[in-house]
Structures are given as structure tokens and as C-alpha cells.
Design a protein around this ligand. Structure first.
Ligand code: IMP
Ligand code: MG
Length: 193
């Protein structure tokens, strides 16, 4: 792992190109798959006014594009979860809710919208918490799944893409808080993983 100040210097000089090994999922591929997910969700939740719950911050780009593709009436709300751990890439330790819902979810059809399921601990924690509030249903829609790193079982009903065990960034996902704005998903160079 290079010195963090070298990383920031490289980013300021060359932008994402300093860190990018290769593009894994293009903007076009994301758009096509999200349109399909939107159609499927619209069909499955017709007449149910689901509540889409975006997990901040990584899920924000995915939610924004997904909700444009959902034709059935729905509501949105937000949660934020942080993991204790060393460095932005560590997701160990007990997740902590740093922003909770404003919506009462009792008897609501809740669909969690998450960027990536990695170890599974974050979404597992959120699922357990929300289940105690008696929603009518509770499901997960994840853009990315890294099954190689799973530590706890997570039921994923809607999935964008399965990806290999490599650190990715862009389209909401960050690399030390940078690059959430990129319209594609890229793989970080080995030396920065
Ligand atoms: P989990 O609790 O291990 O499933 O971690 C989920 C969270 O870790 C995601 O919501 C992301 O914020 C972060 N994360 C996991 N893998 C990556 C990655 O490859 N790139 C960026 N963030 C990641
Ligand atoms: Mg996240």
C-alpha cells in the first residue's frame, strides 16, 4: 500500500487514471442492466407503493438511475451505515447506523438499494434492524455482488452484476472517498488495493 500522501498527489495530478487498472462495467452496461432491474421491480411491486431505502453513500448513484426506471409509484428514504475499521477499505467490526429512516416502515414493502455486498455484514445488520420494525416485506437490490468475500448469508433478490474479488470504484463507490462521480465501475490497480 503506497503512502496516502502519494496517492492524493497522484489523484490530483492524473485523476482516476492514476488508480485505474481497467474498466470493469461501462456506463452503457450499467444503463442496460439498471433498466432491466427497474422493469422487474416495477412488475413485482405493482400496486404496492414500495419504499426504496438507499444506503448512503455508495448507493446514491444507483438509486438515482434505478428510480428513473421504476414506473410504479414508490417512495424513497435514506440510511447511512459506517463500519469500524482501519482505512476506508476495511469493513470489519460492527456496523453502526449513522443516519436512520424518517419513514415508519410498519406494513410497508421495503426494498434496500445498496451499491455492493462484500462480506455481507453491513446489509445483514440493516436487515436485522429493519425486520424488528415489522415491514410487510423486506428485500435487497444490490448493484454488485462479490460472493468470494461473503462471511454472512445475504438474500439478494435483485442483482446488477456479480464481480470478482477485486477492489472497485466509481458509480457511487469510493476509493478513499474519491471517484464516486465516475459514470463507470473501474478496478483499482493492484498496487493500490
Ligand atoms: P460489507 O459489509 O463487507 O458487505 O461491505 C459493504 C460496504 O463496503 C459497501 O457498502 C461499500 O461501501 C464497501 N465496499 C466493499 N467492497 C468495495 C469495493 O470494492 N469498492 C468500494 N467499496 C466497497
Ligand atoms: Mg456502501
Amino acid at each position: 500500500m503506497p503512502d496516502p500522501s502519494d496517492l492524493i498527489e497522484a489523484i490530483n495530478r492524473d485523476g482516476y487514471r492514476a488508480l485505474l487498472d481497467r474498466v470493469l462495467i461501462t456506463e452503457e452496461q450499467l444503463g442496460r442492466r439498471i433498466a432491466e432491474l427497474g422493469e422487474q421491480i416495477s412488475r413485482d411491486y405493482a400496486g404496492k407503493t414500495p419504499l426504496l431505502v438507499c444506503i448512503l453513500r455508495g448507493g446514491v448513484m444507483f438509486l438515482a438511475d434505478l428510480m428513473k426506471r421504476i414506473t410504479t409509484p414508490h417512495h424513497v428514504d435514506f440510511m447511512a451505515v459506517s463500519s469500524y475499521g482501519i482505512g476506508a477499505r476495511a469493513t470489519r467490526g460492527q456496523p453502526r447506523i449513522t443516519l436512520d429512516l424518517n419513514t415508519d416502515i410498519r406494513d410497508r414493502h421495503v426494498l434496500l438499494v445498496e451499491d455492493i455486498i462484500d462480506s455481507g455484514h453491513t446489509i445483514d445488520h440493516v436487515l436485522r434492524l429493519l425486520q424488528t420494525r415489522d415491514p410487510a416485506s423486506l428485500r435487497v437490490c444490490a448493484l454488485l455482488n462479490k460472493p468470494a468475500r461473503r462471511e454472512v448469508y445475504v438474500p439478494i433478490t435483485y442483482l446488477g452484476f456479480e464481480i470478482p474479488d477485486e477492489f472497485v470504484f466509481g458509480y457511487g463507490l469510493d476509493l478513499d472517498e474519491y471517484f464516486r462521480n465516475l459514470p463507470f465501475i473501474g478496478v483499482v490497480k493492484k498496487e493500490y488495493q
